[in-house]
Every structure is written in structure tokens, then in C-alpha cells.
Design a protein around this ligand. Structure first.
Ligand SMILES: [Zn+2]
Length: 123
């Protein structure tokens, strides 16, 4: 289990974002501890409007969650099983993709060249 794959935990009926983990919850995420904490992984179906029970922030506002989802989507692309819904999600997350990450940028439909280079005859 890699820590980046965990995007939230469920604990005592609460959904907890990475910013709100207690020490115990962090230890479970890191695989150091086993408690009554369930890890929620990037590969799990996440509703976009799911919010943290503690801070009230949507999970998809958390950069750890976003990065983990991007890595999950990369895996789906490489495995050639990305769905239309996931592609739409990738496009929504395009602004978080590393500028050097050509694979994800290409799949997100981000033009490789900036608009400052207008081809001859385009105007
Ligand atoms: Zn939170």
C-alpha cells in the first residue's frame, strides 16, 4: 500500500480528508498502525461533492487527493481502460497536471504548445 493511494479515511462514521488526520489516522495510512480506521483509496469511487466531516472541505479541493486521483487516472490510461467519465475528470483536473507530464496533458486535451505561438496564416 502506497500512502499516495489513500485519499481519505473513514473513522467512527466520519469521512476525514488528509488535512484533518489525527496521529493515529496518519499512522494507519502509513501502514504503521491498525485501528478501526478504514482507508479510502484513489481507486475507490469518489463522489466529487464528498466533503470532509471535520473541516467541511470537499475532498477534491485537497491537493493530496487530486494528485492521487491523477496517478490513478494515469494507471487507467496505461492499462487502456480509462472511461469517458474519468477522462472528463482528467480534463477538470488539467490545471493540476505537472507541465512536464506529457502523458496526462495529452489525454486531458491540453495543447502542447502555448497560444503565444500562433502559426503563420492563422490570423
Ligand atoms: Zn478535513
Amino acid at each position: 500500500m502506497k500512502a499516495w493511494e489513500v485519499v481519505a479515511v473513514a473513522h467512527n462514521g466520519e469521512l476525514v480528508c488528509p488535512a484533518c488526520y489525527t496521529e493515529l489516522e496518519q499512522a494507519v495510512v502509513d501502514g504503521m498502525e491498525h485501528g478501526e480506521v478504514s482507508c479510502i483509496f484513489a481507486s475507490d469511487e469518489l463522489k466529487p461533492d464528498e466533503v470532509c466531516s471535520r473541516c467541511g472541505e470537499p475532498l477534491m479541493n485537497n491537493i493530496t487527493v487530486i494528485k492521487a486521483r491523477l496517478e490513478y487516472l494515469r494507471g487507467e490510461i496505461i492499462a487502456e481502460r480509462i472511461s469517458y467519465g474519468e477522462l472528463a475528470e482528467l480534463q477538470d483536473l488539467a490545471k493540476y497536471i505537472d507541465p512536464d507530464d506529457t502523458l496526462l496533458l495529452e489525454w486531458a486535451g491540453v495543447p502542447e504548445f502555448s497560444n503565444s505561438k500562433v502559426p503563420d496564416g492563422a490570423i
